[in-house]
Design a protein around this ligand. Structure first.
Ligand SMILES: [Zn+2]
Length: 209
């Protein structure tokens, strides 16, 4: 079940006060049409009843995929009370649910893509750590600015599988206007590592927050 809340708020464009709706929880197994809205960042977008311009409410929410048994919680800050609160979900954990807390929207999209590709996100994280070191050192060679100040954004994008190559594609940027792509070939993984990459069951054994 998806849970929708409502608030009375002014339109940021015309200041017209109105009742707006937003989701606190989306179950994309029950409401599959909501998934594309999440991916597009339009889950809580609606048109102003007065000026008809778009109002997009930015709020934290829980993404729930029953089929994959995955819960992704988007929230900038989570305090311990809320984490303890997740203990209420013990029942879900017992059923082998994977729960992840993410702080930003791009991280949420990345996790959705990783689990949709059937990948173990912890292994993907370790690949990212390796890649970002390589990228940073090669960027340092071409960029004259103080690299201490630069923040590398690196996100998983797709798993590409063809007859001859299997690789993970990532996008990265220092500035969003300069999006670049890099890949990680599974050739550099031995059999054990590959198995681990596709082993989601291992994640279900632990209550990882
Ligand atoms: Zn308006």
């Amino acid at each position: 079940m998806s849970l929708q809340n409502q608030i009375v708020q002014n339109c940021p464009h015309c200041q017209h006060s109105q009742e707006l709706f937003f989701y606190k929880s989306v179950n994309i197994t029950v409401d599959p049409s909501l998934k594309q809205l999440v991916l597009d960042g339009k889950l809580n977008a609606q048109l102003c009843s007065n000026c008809e311009k778009e109002i997009n409410i930015v709020t934290d929410f829980l993404y729930h995929n029953m089929e994959q048994r995955i819960m992704l919680h988007l929230k900038e800050n989570v305090d311990t009370d809320e984490l303890n609160d997740f203990e209420r979900f013990q029942d879900f954990k017992d059923r082998g649910y994977i729960y992840r807390h993410v702080q930003t929207y791009p991280e949420l999209i990345e996790k959705i893509k990783i689990f949709d590709a059937g990948l173990n996100d912890l292994v993907v994280d370790s690949i990212k750590a390796e890649l970002s070191e390589i990228l940073m050192s090669s960027l340092q060679e071409v960029i004259t600015e103080d690299t201490e100040e630069l923040e590398l954004n690196l996100f998983f994008d797709t798993y590409e599988k063809s007859l001859f190559k299997k690789r993970l594609l990532f996008v990265f940027f220092l500035h969003p206007s300069q999006m670049m792509q890099t890949s990680f070939s599974l050739k550099s993984f031995d059999k054990t590592k590959r198995k681990e990459l596709f082993n989601l069951e291992a994640l279900r054994m632990q209550s990882h927050v």
